[in-house]
Design a protein around this ligand. Structure first.
Ligand SMILES: [Zn+2]
Length: 409
């Protein structure tokens, strides 16, 4: 794989060329298969910046091309020895050219901000951190059959937070032909933070990945404790690569469940800007999609009220909840089923009967898992830890064992 960036003002274009052994059918770190649609994409920063450190340019490109690279990657600038070593150790890929390049570092922490409840919770914990929002735009060579995805609405909501917001527009999701447009690697969502890191003096990027994504398998495994999560643990291959580029991966809500991030988001000043549905227009959520159904279960549980949604058990978006577990994100289904009044009248009636969860059996999901705080870099840890102690409460040892035995019981 060979990559090249061309830059004009704030417009960054990435071109890449596959080697004979490279593949159009790749595998993302989360285990999902992807198929390449085209070999170029672009990233539009809101302003021009001086050329960033070569490791940042390389990291940004790697989040797009990693799934298709089989034996080597040739960047368009020499990278530092530590950065090349992190790719070789993490992926078994030869990376270069390697130059006499000093490793970079920075001081500030920015938030990769989507506008969903998890990232709003992070923004609440870190009220001074700048927000960097990724906005999907169409690709000039790939038809957009996903026009219902309202990235324009999400960007407008981000701007309405009144925070220091940088909107980064990119068509990189259209480099995927299958299964659908999306991030080639999840980390690509922060491509703007990578290219802006020197200009903004960033030493870390905070993501809204919560306990389910970090410790309970997330989308990669169902019902499995994942201390060595390759995407989000600091000692995993992506964590080590980001650190090599002087940009630590930071998960301020990595120790709390989606119930807690939603509770924090809905109680925050940014409540009116929270939006997890990608389909709704300016009027609000669509109320028809699977994401709306899942999130309504959690919100109803937090607010201790019946669900307010029209989706019934016979609808395709509710089909998976009619089958027996395991489910992805099962901890939150248990939490919701244990707490929503009249659950037996909803699309989750069957799931609730299968799971048999109670308030007592799901109380651990209201507290913070301490090892998640221990892995936050020390320079940012205390304020996050103080917030968790005051606003959430730490898990007891017995509750922490629920995390560590997840899927074994
Ligand atoms: Zn929706």
């Amino acid at each position: 794989m060979r990559i090249s960036w061309t830059v004009e003002d704030g417009h960054w274009s990435l071109g890449f060329r596959l080697d004979p052994e490279d593949t159009l059918d790749g595998t993302v770190t989360d285990g999902h298969r992807v198929r390449l649609a085209t070999n170029s994409c672009s990233v539009h920063l809101p302003y021009a910046v001086p050329e960033p450190h070569p490791d940042l340019r390389a990291l940004a490109a790697w989040t797009v091309v990693a799934p298709y690279t089989v034996s080597r990657i040739v960047f368009d600038r020499p990278v530092s020895p530590g950065f090349a070593a992190a790719i070789e150790e993490g992926w078994g890929i030869e990376a270069g050219p390697v130059g006499d390049v000093a490793p970079r570092r920075g001081e500030r922490l920015a938030i990769s901000y989507s506008g969903g409840a998890d990232s709003v919770a992070v923004a609440t914990i870190l009220p001074d951190a700048p927000l960097i929002h990724f906005q999907r735009v169409s690709h000039p060579r790939v038809p957009n059959r996903w026009t219902h995805y309202r990235s324009d609405v999400l960007a407008r909501l981000a701007l309405r937070t009144g925070r220091d917001v940088t909107i980064v527009r990119s068509d990189l999701e259209f480099t995927l032909a299958e299964p659908r447009p999306g991030y080639p690697e999840h980390h690509a969502v922060a491509i703007g933070a990578m290219l802006l890191a020197d200009h903004l003096d960033l030493g870390g990027v905070a993501f809204g990945y919560e306990m389910g994504s970090r410790w309970l398998g997330g989308g990669r495994y169902v019902l499995r404790y994942t201390p060595d999560n390759p995407m989000w643990s600091p000692h995993g291959k992506w964590g080590r690569l980001f650190s090599a580029a002087g940009l630590d991966l930071v998960l301020p809500v990595g120790g709390v469940s989606e119930a807690t991030t939603m509770r924090l988001a809905l109680a925050s000043d940014l409540r009116d800007q929270v939006r997890w549905c990608l389909r709704g227009g300016d009027g609000g959520r669509c109320g028809q999609c699977g994401k709306c159904l899942y999130k309504e279960l959690i919100q109803a549980a937090i607010e201790r009220r019946p669900m307010r949604i029209e989706i019934t058990a016979d609808r395709p978006v509710a089909a998976k909840w009619q089958k027996p577990p395991p489910y992805g994100g099962q901890e939150m289904i248990e939490y919701g089923c244990a707490r929503v009044p009249g659950i037996e009248e909803t699309a989750f009636a069957k799931a609730a009967a299968y799971l048999g969860a109670t308030e007592e059996s799901t109380r651990w999901l209201e507290h913070c898992y301490p090892p998640a705080l221990a892995e936050i870099p020390e320079r940012w840890r205390k304020r996050i830890e103080d917030f968790m102690v005051e606003e959430v409460g730490l898990m007891t040892e017995e509750e922490a064992r629920r995390v560590e035995s997840w899927g074994l019981a």
